[in-house]
Design a binder for this molecule. Sequence first.
Ligand code: GLY
Length: 338
Amino acid sequence: MIELLLDFPDGRSCPVLVGSGASAELASQIPDRARRVAVVTQEGIPVQVETDRETQVFLIGQGEKYKTMSTVEELCSQFANWGLTRNDVVVGVGGGLVTDVAGFAASVYHRGIDVVHVATTLLGQIDAAIGGKTGVNLAQGKNLVGTYWQPSAVICDTALLGSLPEREWKCGLGELAKYHWLGGGTLDALALDERVAACVRIKAQIVASDERESGQRALLNYGHTLAHALEVDGDHKLRHGEAVAIGLVYAAELALLMGRIDAAEVEEHRRVVQGYGLETGLPQDCDIDRLMGLMGRDKKVLESGYTFVLLGEAGVEVVRGVDPTLMRQAFDSMRSTA
Ligand code: GLY
């Protein structure tokens, strides 16, 4: 078992346990003062939650259409009907959707109660469950309403990853690929537990230095500007990690055109992404004009113009005011190497 600690400058900390069978450690992570444990999960998630407190399971629906304010309202009403108090704890067991919704419900119920996450997908373990972002979607866009609410512990049971559907696994690998350029180096050479732990370590370090994304935390969005646009343009036929994989290669092509990196580095992006069995080319039917429009409206954009996380000599950094002509040329480069 690998035990990591996400340490915040103000003294708060969040243990993260990574390893095969780590979910057996859940009982030890329930805060002492909790008398009741509200487990939020979905049908079919293969984790038996064992605690030594009074425990009740609350199921939420499958799919983004359930990542809503009404699901959170429903959960909070069920918590209230059961008598959950502010000393009790919510445990989110599942992928990113579950931990985002469970974390949000915990953060607003009685103005905030403890939450522990048991992340069951690769994407959840290396990203969604770490760092305290919670949220739900609005008709206007993904994750537009949410809170920062740090879990009191996170459990990443790598034994659960063996039974992930192929597409869900690949989705996690797309997100994992980005860590190669966030200090991960040759992540692909590590065993699975070590690889998950290495990503958690990188994310923990970034989040601890910038919990509310006023600077460094935005670097975690490497590859995401195009990825979010591709997801919307294709009506979510591409899964998030698949879109991030393509977004990483696009960000490299753009950085090359801006003279920030050389062609060998672009090839390295392709090698890593393809090494994880992911596509590097644009979907045949994507609409470049629409993608340009969507990238201009990305949630990370704080002022007019296009904003990207791009690689350069000093590593990745946020670059504002990117020239749209170069962005279009980067699409041409993607098409010509497809
Ligand atoms: N998924 C990006 C972040 O947690 O900041």
